[in-house]
Design a protein around this ligand. Structure first.
Ligand SMILES: Cc1cc2nc3c(=O)[nH]c(=O)nc-3n(C[C@H](O)[C@H](O)[C@H](O)COP(=O)(O)OP(=O)(O)OC[C@H]3O[C@@H](n4cnc5c(N)ncnc54)[C@H](O)[C@@H]3O)c2cc1C
Length: 484
């Protein structure tokens, strides 16, 4: 069995292929698994660097411990004891040249508590009144997908969407709320609307349930809210790799093509090496999967564009120079501000593990301008622009002692309206042409790490089930030899 791509999805797939008990289904006895990863290190978007004693995340800085696939994996990899929770989370929004506190008690930006909503200046009084329409309105019957923005604007009005929901969701999903698929990115809204007939009531009930669930559970893997690991997010990757038999993960192994060879597949790696496999899990972004399979057919928007490039600038300062002026634990910066930053979090105030005492770390997300690698300014220029933006936002001098600029070429996938139909089409195309080749990863069914781990487990189960389907062994015996 070959897994192509050693990011969170591919490694989770390899883990669940080799730990069938954790997968709780399928028989993986004697299954030999090889993970082929193009880069020099496994992890994909998840990469942690160390600079001047600081933990610097080049990709995600946290995850939510949701879903049994991720919780089982964290328990099996002995990471539970290294889970770190943030100190406190309070966000500000930079709008019209001022910092506004994001109201407490929202669910994905939808107000769930009355007083903070009434007090916020991020929504006008008329906008707050308009949101009450949500209690009265019977929604139109949805026949297909639509944009998250369209759905929410209908229910809550533009002021709540632009003031509260868009700054948060656009940052999480790296896209435009008026183009993002409701079914693929925010089915939660539909679920609560269905259960409560009102989004505001639904958000209130969801928040109450979350607060109720945060009781005295001793199991760290059931912690609500974002968490990280004491040595950074890379621990998750290292933890999974440590559970795989040595030699499972091959780095510098960019897969170029997968071709059918009787009842097997020949997986060709750059440099000419070839491996034969009964089944393949393709845990790379969709455009790469399409190219590897040599599919002339369209994958829809899935196959056309890579996820948007993401650049992070981490600035290191002395805490006494910056801390007194930092509001909350970070700021969201909507596109209308004219800043190159889309968000910044004061990592050292948020996370206890990222910096030694006296050291401040500001993690800035740089807005993607689709310039492409050749037009993108040099890293020093990007860092200087981020510094200037922070001076403008905070209204003080910002004098970093050092900066680290990291690029994530594959960034965060953004799902357009119709995404689920595109995924179904891509999967059925591949299933028809390439049995026992399974597509998984952030391009398809969720970008967050818990979603990727869940997809890895599902892909492992599917591959095992297809391998065990009657007749494969007999067909193997009859298949001709393949030449590598
Ligand atoms: C800046 C940033 C911040 C994020 N923040 C969060 C967060 O806070 N919480 C959260 O849950 N999620 C977050 N995410 C999202 C999450 O990290 C990713 O969606 C997830 O890690 C994707 O995992 P993946 O394995 O599907 O894809 P990837 O991580 O892209 O891995 C795919 C792997 O395939 C390899 N590959 C590609 N082509 C080939 C080939 N031809 N042959 C062999 N190997 C190949 C790549 O090198 C890569 O290692 C963030 C992402 C980014 C970029």
């Amino acid at each position: 069995m070959v897994v192509v791509g050693g990011g969170a999805t591919g490694l989770a797939a390899a883990f669940y292929l080799q730990h069938p008990d954790a997968a709780a289904s399928g028989r993986a006895d004697g299954l030999r698994v090889t993970v082929l990863e193009a880069a020099a290190h496994p992890g994909g978007s998840v990469q942690t660097l160390e600079r001047r004693g600081c933990v610097i995340e080049a990709g995600p800085d946290s995850l939510l411990l949701r879903g049994e696939a991720l919780r089982s994996l964290v328990r099996a990899t002995d990471l539970a004891g290294r889970i770190v929770a943030p100190r406190s989370l309070s966000t500000y929004v930079y709008r019209s040249g001022k910092l506004h506190r994001f109201p407490a008690g929202t669910v994905l930006g939808v107000p769930a508590r009355v007083l903070p909503f009434l007090r916020t200046r991020l929504v006008s009084p008329a906008g707050k009144l308009r949101a009450l329409w949500d209690f009265l309105r019977r929604d139109v019957q949805m026949t297909g997908d639509e944009a998250v923005g369209t759905f929410l604007r209908r229910r809550l009005g533009d002021a709540v969407v632009d003031g509260l929901v868009a700054p948060l969701l656009e940052e999480i999903h790296n896209g435009d709320i008026d183009r993002m698929s409701l079914l693929a990115t925010s089915p939660f809204f539909l679920k609560v609307r269905g259960a409560h007939r009102s989004l505001l009531f639904g958000a209130r009930a969801t928040l109450a349930a979350r607060l109720g669930a945060g009781g005295a559970d001793e199991d760290a893997t059931r912690r609500a809210g974002p968490v990280s690991f004491a040595a950074g997010m890379q621990s998750l990757i290292e933890g999974i790799v440590a559970q795989l038999p040595s030699g499972t993960v091959h780095t510098h192994a960019a897969v170029q093509a997968i071709t059918r060879c009787g009842d097997q597949y020949q997986v060709t790696v750059a440099g000419g090496a070839a491996i034969h496999a009964d089944a393949v899990i393709l845990a790379v972004p969709a455009p790469g999967a399409r190219a590897i399979l040599g599919l002339a057919e369209d994958f829809g928007p899935l196959g056309q564009a890579s996820p948007r490039h993401t650049t992070l600038v981490t600035l290191g300062l002395r805490t006494d120079e910056i801390d007194p002026w930092l509001p909350g634990t970070g700021v969201l910066v909507p596109p209308t501000s004219g800043c190159t930053l889309s968000a910044c979090s004061w990592s050292h105030l948020k996370w206890p593990h990222v910096a030694p005492p006296g050291q401040a770390l500001l993690r800035c997300y740089v807005r993607d301008t689709d310039e492409g690698p050749t037009l993108r300014p040099p890293d020093d220029v990007i860092a200087e622009r981020a510094r200037q933006d922070l001076e403008r936002i905070l209204g003080i001098r910002v004098n970093p002692e050092f900066h680290v600029v990291t690029h994530c070429a594959r960034g965060i996938s953004s799902y357009a309206v119709g995404h689920l139909a595109d995924v179904r089409q891509a999967r059925s195309l591949v299933a028809a042409r390439y049995p026992r080749v399974v597509l998984a990863g952030a391009s398809y069914a969720g970008v967050a790490i818990p979603d990727c781990v869940e997809q890895g487990r599902t892909a492992a189960r599917q591959a095992i089930a297809e391998l065990e389907s009657p007749g494969l062994a007999a067909r193997h015996a009859a298949a001709g030899a393949c030449v590598a």
